[in-house]
Ligand binder design. Structure first.
Ligand code: SF4
Length: 286
């Protein structure tokens, strides 16, 4: 079947939506060179090259985050109108194709890596810890913030708490690569203190954009910082766990953070109950 003009138009709009969700507001003017590097997935495979590339923006993004002073945008008024603006309670918009989702997440990750919104965290970190995993996940785990191991390796949940999370994921008949894992704050709070309200608020926009791009069917909040941030509540984990909540298009469960479970092993059975509830809703037999 031939790729129609309309299909290409829709894919172009979805690609631009993904970039906009990643925080990009301006694109370089179209030239023969960068038009040649824009490719999109189609039902027949990629048109052009195998991978979506956005050569000119990647070059400029690696030097510095995009700014309002960048070159003229190629987002047409018609395309801009097609990009919906969401309220927190809204369902997600149409999902982006996998290739543009990856490009938008890469761009967002680059932007986060330069972030200095929290002066203390940005000056103490070894690196930002953006997130990892399946880019079309049914389930995303939303944690609190990087610890020393995560700060060193640049990946969430890789220390002892990460080992326990891996065991929980395996007990749920899944692999770590099946899910996506992200944290509320992307920089390690020094001394493993809790992130402050201002830091959580500074970083929320990044997580919000990540989730908009990933559109997981289910989100599992690990601990009170994640649950309170996502659900905009002050309730404790004890009161939030054991039932489903809603965040936009995702069903949300809340359970204890693996680091808490390491300190309080008697709470493990409650987390297992939460996971059994979640797996039943996902249709996974344990
Ligand atoms: S925690 Fe988030 S908002 Fe704060 S400096 Fe790090 S990336 Fe930026």
């Amino acid at each position: 079947m031939e790729t129609t003009h309309e299909q290409l138009r829709r894919q172009a709009i979805q690609f631009l939506q993904g970039l906009q969700q990643a925080g990009m507001t301006d694109l370089p003017a179209a030239t023969e060179r960068n038009l040649g590097s824009l490719v999109f997935d189609t039902p027949q495979g990629a048109v052009g090259e195998e991978r979506t590339e956005f050569t000119t923006s990647q070059e400029s993004a690696s030097a510095q985050p995009p700014t309002a002073e960048a070159s003229p945008a190629v987002v047409s008024p018609e395309t801009e109108k097609a990009v919906p603006s969401f309220e927190l309670s809204d369902p997600y918009g149409a999902p982006s194709p996998a290739s543009s989702r990856r490009a938008a997440l890469d761009l967002l990750s680059q932007k986060v890596s330069h972030c200095e919104r929290c002066s203390e965290l940005s000056s103490c970190r070894t690196q930002t810890v953006f997130g990892v995993g399946n880019l079309q996940p049914r389930l995303a785990f939303f944690g609190e913030g990087p610890g020393a191991d995560e700060d060193r390796q640049g990946e969430p949940f890789v220390g002892r708490a990460g080992d326990l999370l891996n065991k929980i994921i395996q007990a749920c008949k899944m692999k770590r690569e099946d899910v996506y894992i992200l944290n509320t704050v992307k920089c390690r709070p020094p001394g493993n203190r809790n992130p402050r309200e201002e830091e959580i608020s500074n970083c929320w926009g990044y997580s919000e954009q990540q989730l908009d791009l990933l559109q997981p069917e289910f989100i599992c909040c690990l601990g009170s910082v994640a649950a309170r941030t996502l659900l905009k509540t002050t309730e404790s984990v004890g009161r939030l766990r054991g039932k489903f909540h809603q965040y936009r298009g995702s069903r949300v469960v809340v359970t204890y953070h693996p680091a808490y479970l390491l300190r309080t092993p008697e709470a493990k059975s409650k987390t297992w109950d939460d996971m059994k509830m979640l797996m039943a809703a996902m249709g996974i037999e344990l």
